[in-house]
Unconditional design. Structure first.
Lengths: 343, 343
């Protein structure tokens, strides 16, 4: 097992990355590769772990930052001879020198680099970005959370096929319940895309439970929920923002309170609150998003990831390799396509 | 000032409605009209307020319930001689016998009934459902939260015009900051609809601040945020669901805790937590959604509304009448249309 970590991904890189590779190496025992500018990374790595750090360093002189955007970013990601840490790291997976790539860097840059360098799984129209949402009683695979702002019905069906494979392989759910995010539960509800997707999912052979709303998604009614990447991204980011608004409100309410009772209670309850919220909302716990549908395992973590979040993403990558996720995805997409052709 | 309340709207109707009309009558002093089946409402009203209750009762024998859905609902709402409480109540506004209509009933039924009976404001293509979202430091007018699952760019511009009038008239913001909900802040981000809407909003003469994400919306960066009704409905319902998940998690974490410290702290802090969350998330505080763009003031509350939520919706209706919202909406739509024609 060989996992590559982008050394230049997170907002405060490379420190969290350096700590994470060393910790992962110790924790999991197998090879971890760090990719990025050698002149920057080697001295810091040696300062942390001595002259012969137990981590392989692969040189990549260029970096795609969070400031890279739009067309310029696409061109940078697409460049054939690119030497960015994203390109060099993903090439290691492409060339069979590593099993999975993990980054906390620019999501758009990572998706574009992975797409151009690895290509989509044979027959697949659009890779999708899948997140694992914390919901009542467990986790829910949600996709697309941002790869494809505009989708066709068949794209959503393919997301559902891949999401179900994910839930089977990694959450060990035999027949994952698949929901379609909509503005109402009844079959006729939805926008044009959702209304056209519904009958396709119903005929897909998946365990399709129909339209779901936010209440069902967060209530744990489905194991997989699909939507276009625009809607999924709005869902993801507004959920994060609501969570922040609530926790900010609670803590400022406790702080501002003139009641001694509330102040004291706040102090006593603080660790438990923190525990509850961390478990549900911390990117370190929620982990990284997986780009499903390219020829290689690529995990993209939150820019705010700390070393703990990165180790957790590396663990997720290892689990995906162990569960043989890539082969399962390829087989399911093939089965889906031949089924569609038969109909 | 004469406000009509649908007697048969909320999930536990008519009790909350009966209490609300009596309370509103006492609180605001002006006429309140209750509409619904007289044989059901009169005895209960008299039981609460004596033989001559200070509230006018208008008979409507039929009811649209939460179970009415899809095409059947549309037909029921469209029927010309309809005697549902929605139809009779909205007709009072149409015929000038009342100034605004408030219901906590079936949102789709209320929107369809209002649209068919009142018609859209001259020149307007699509009425929009506007909600007032609690955000950092105040409120944000968000629309469309469910009237139009499929929209064209011009619809979103008209929503922005109406949302700005709402913020001016009711939040007293002179030059409301208008945002476009998107999956990224940069101008090129968004789905097809958002990318086509951006230049129209930039040229609209409104105080357009560009694309906003959940963070900016809930962070209070805009006074008005527009989107299609599918996306808005997903935003609304997933926000509610996340809020519920978090508060449930906190309270179950405190309950399940074995630590005496946490248990004690939980008891002490409970009223403050409740206060903070109620203020931010209670439908009674958030109030009702307004259907903007039909020829009459129509407010639609949450089905879960209690009497306090209904009184709060009646207060919102009164404020809209006092602020001359209808005339302001008509004038702004006219101004927008002639500006668009000039271009």
């Amino acid at each position: 097992m060989r996992i590559v970590l982008d050394g230049m991904g997170s907002d405060t890189c490379p420190e969290p990355e350096l700590v994470a590779v060393l910790e992962a190496r110790q924790k999991f025992g197998d090879e971890v590769i760090l990719v990025g500018p050698e002149d920057q990374l080697r001295p810091r790595l040696q300062a942390l772990a001595g002259d012969n750090p137990p981590v392989k360093l692969v040189h990549a002189p260029e970096v795609i930052t969070m400031e890279d955007k739009g067309l310029a970013l696409a061109l940078k990601a697409k460049r054939k001879g690119s030497k960015t840490s994203l390109a060099v790291g993903i090439d290691l997976v492409k060339n069979g020198e590593a099993d999975a790539f993990v980054t906390a860097g620019n999501t758009g840059g990572a998706m574009a680099t992975a797409y151009y360098r690895l290509g989509p799984i044979a027959g697949l129209e659009r890779p999708g970005l899948a997140g694992l949402f914390p919901v009542q009683g467990g986790d829910c695979v949600v996709l697309d959370i941002g790869a494809n702002p505009d989708c066709k019905p068949e794209h959503l069906v393919q997301f559902a096929v891949m999401g179900a494979v994910y839930a089977q392989s990694l959450l060990r759910i035999q027949s994952p319940r698949v929901g379609l995010l909509s503005n109402g539960e009844e079959p006729g509800k939805g926008n044009e895309l959702v209304r056209a997707t519904y009958p396709l999912l119903a005929a897909s052979g998946l365990n399709f439970i129909g339209n779901v709303e936010g209440k069902e998604l967060y209530g744990g009614a489905a194991d997989v929920v699909v939507m276009d990447g625009f809607t999924g991204n709005i869902l993801l980011k507004s959920s994060e923002a609501v969570a922040k608004l609530i926790t900010d409100t609670i803590s400022s309410e406790i702080k501002a309170s003139k009641s001694l009772r509330t102040k004291l209670g706040g102090l006593l309850v603080k660790p438990a609150l923190k525990g509850a919220l961390m478990k549900k909302l911390d990117p370190a716990e929620v982990g990284a998003a997986r780009l499903l549908g390219v020829n290689g395992l690529v995990l993209i973590g939150h820019g705010r990831s700390d070393s703990r979040a990165l180790v957790s993403a590396i663990r997720m990558a290892r689990e995906a390799v162990q569960a043989n996720l890539m082969d399962n995805l390829r087989a399911s997409i093939q089965a889906h396509l031949s089924k569609s052709q038969d109909q």
